[in-house]
Design a binder for this molecule. Structure first.
Ligand code: SF4
Length: 313
């Protein structure tokens, strides 16, 4: 990789690295980088779709550009500011060689490195894991064939079986990114979570950030999906054990004797889910707004409020 290659860095990450001089309420605990030299994807919700490299945004985050050499030097300066780097990528097979080169440098630096890839890149995901990447996030985003066609504008019949094969081979190192708010019912969304967990994967849960239109999901519905995601991954509930009415989750049953309150009491369900140390502050909300995904531990009051928002039977 030429020394002057530019890479985008999330604004919060740039503050921690001392590349931007500003204050922030909650700092990221993973360094988020963005490598996108023209994404050929056309996701309805993404400001950088269809090769729009001019957009400085991904989700609601701003990503200023710096030289990769400078960023790497800051990431590896002792004491190291981050325990994980996440290299988020635009989907463009023409840049795979460059991407591998970047990944190799991050792996060689000794920082646990995650990378996000498109569901069309499951073969590349395996190759990257073999190279030494720690985890891969796959942007499935939509939970059903209909919403996948509408919002990802890709072929579910090809991509979903390919993702299942990847989960079969390396599920414990795969985080499937799912966005709630694209039109999937809670029932369809929870069923997809169950299928991914049953196949050995984990879920990185997002609320739709309506930067391209649409609307953010109702908080109470999002809380129910968070609770289901967490308990399902913990093996403390299952899709089959829950009750839905008109697509809405009405009763979240825990398996065993534990009450729902006790099973959720540590607040983890309402925090950002994904790779270790990934907290993604302000991906889904503006500073000062209530968190869809808490990027830090919840206070007792915050937990009580989040729990009360579940509105379950
Ligand atoms: S869960 Fe976080 S660190 Fe892991 S791939 Fe997704 S955004 Fe990156």
């Amino acid at each position: 990789m030429p020394e002057d290659t530019q890479i985008r860095v999330s604004y919060g990450t740039a503050i921690v690295l001392g590349l931007v001089n500003a204050r922030q309420d909650v700092a990221p605990t993973t360094a988020y980088l963005l490598f996108d030299q023209g994404c050929i994807g056309s996701c309805s919700f993404c400001p950088r779709a269809n090769g729009n490299q001019q957009s400085k945004r991904l989700s609601r985050i701003t990503w200023p550009e710096f030289s990769f050499t400078t960023v790497l030097a800051r990431l590896t300066a002792e004491p190291r500011p981050f325990k994980r780097v996440c290299l988020q990528t635009g989907y463009n097979p023409a840049t795979t060689t460059l991407l591998k080169n970047l990944a190799r440098q991050l792996i060689n630096s000794g920082i646990a490195t995650s990378m996000t890839l498109s569901p069309s890149q499951t073969e590349l995901a395996l190759e990257m894991l073999d190279m030494g990447l720690d985890h891969i996030g796959i942007g499935l985003d939509a939970a059903s064939e209909e919403t996948y066609r509408e919002h990802k504008r890709k072929n579910w019949q090809e991509d979903w079986p390919a993702l299942l094969r990847l989960l079969n081979k390396a599920g414990e190192r795969i985080e499937v990114h799912l966005i709630f708010g694209l039109g999937d019912s809670e029932e369809a969304f929870a069923e997809r979570i169950q299928e991914i967990v049953s196949a050995g994967g984990k879920i990185s849960l997002f609320a739709l950030t309506p930067v391209n239109g649409g609307s953010a999901p109702e908080m109470s519905a999002y809380r129910r999906m968070q609770a289901f995601r967490y308990l399902c991954e913990q093996g403390k509930t299952s899709f089959a054990a829950c009750i839905f009415a008109g697509g809405r989750l009405t009763s979240l049953k825990t398996t065993g004797d534990e009450t729902l309150l006790s099973a959720l009491n540590n607040g983890e369900a309402f925090r950002t889910s994904g790779c270790g140390n990934c907290n993604r502050p302000y991906y889904n909300e503006r500073p000062g707004q209530k968190f869809y995904n808490y990027p830090r531990a919840l206070s007792a009051n915050e937990f009580s409020q989040a729990f009360s928002e579940l509105l379950l039977d």
